[in-house]
Design a protein around this ligand. Structure first.
Ligand code: ZN
Length: 279
């Protein structure tokens, strides 16, 4: 646990919390009694949370930063869309960092997939240092949760921003042939130079953690919301309905086809989940 004075204290949660069914989470702000010579420190009170994610448990996130790779591994945009949905559902601001831009000759077309969505895109390279100042500016003063596929370079990026962290990266563990994921639990990392805290998370259980009905999904696509008032049907899901303005925008190239296709896929997943619930 980190205190305001920058010192780390080891504290245990009081038994009362267990009785109340409350569990301290990484990211919690707490009132505590520091340890003394013979008596261990204790967490006395957990302050109200701004937000919280269940799996992995983490609280008070200011920003969910989705890291993807412009090169290898190929960006899983379905995962990006799910993470954006997850952030929207939990009222957390999201941004995307497109890493490894030095490894491709052509400019990535991925940001175009999100035109009209209002999602902030940063193009960065941990290796060449490109975009790192902008990334630092974004992280400054915030509690940011890094998310994304493995091997997209999350740890390398964090090392590039704050060399003092000395995080073990995927490349290193490949070299030592330990063959394991480098990040297994949410770890909080302090970046004092930016007055920031970062959580490197091992991955989220996304769809399982959201109570979203298929009809609600469209509300999480900012680029749809502006148009859907003009669709012929009020409850238009933008699938097969006639005179659908979202579909027209896709055909006209105003909304990316890929993003729309992934929306249909996600919608189908939610419909199937609902059907299975009642079996
Ligand atoms: Zn429509």
């Amino acid at each position: 646990m980190y205190a305001e004075d920058g010192v780390t204290y080891e504290c245990k949660a009081k038994g009362r919390f267990r009785k109340e069914g409350v569990k301290p989470m990484p990211g919690d702000f707490v009132m505590f009694t520091p340890p003394e010579q013979t008596v261990g420190g204790s967490i006395d009170e957990i302050l109200p949370r701004l937000n919280q994610l269940p799996r992995p448990m983490i609280a008070n996130i200011d920003l969910l930063l989705i890291v993807i790779s412009a090169g290898d591994p190929k960006a899983d945009l379905q995962l990006v869309d799910k993470l954006l949905l997850y952030a929207g559902y939990n009222h957390i601001r999201a941004a995307v960092a497109l890493n490894k831009i030095d490894s491709v000759c052509e400019k990535s077309r991925i940001p175009q997939e999100y035109q009209g969505s209002g999602i902030q895109f940063l193009e960065v390279s941990a290796r060449s240092g490109e975009g790192l100042d902008e990334l630092k500016q974004l992280l400054k003063g915030k509690f940011t949760c890094f998310a994304g596929q493995s091997a997209v370079g999350k740890s390398t990026l964090l090392n590039a921003i704050s060399p003092a962290l000395k995080l073990e990266t995927g490349e290193m563990s490949r070299k030592t042939a330990r063959g394991r994921h480098t990040t297994r639990h949410s770890e909080l990392l302090l970046l004092p130079e930016l007055e920031a805290v970062v959580a490197d998370t091992p991955g989220f259980s996304i769809l399982e953690c959201m109570e979203i009905e298929p009809e609600e999904l469209r509300m999480y696509y900012p680029e749809f919301i502006l148009l859907q008032g003009q669709c012929r049907f009020d409850g238009c899901l933008h699938v097969r309905e006639p005179q659908c303005c979202v579909k027209q925008a896709v055909e006209a190239g105003k909304i990316s086809e890929g993003r729309y296709e992934r929306y249909l896929k996600l919608l189908q997943e939610l419909i199937e989940r609902r059907e299975n619930r009642y079996v």
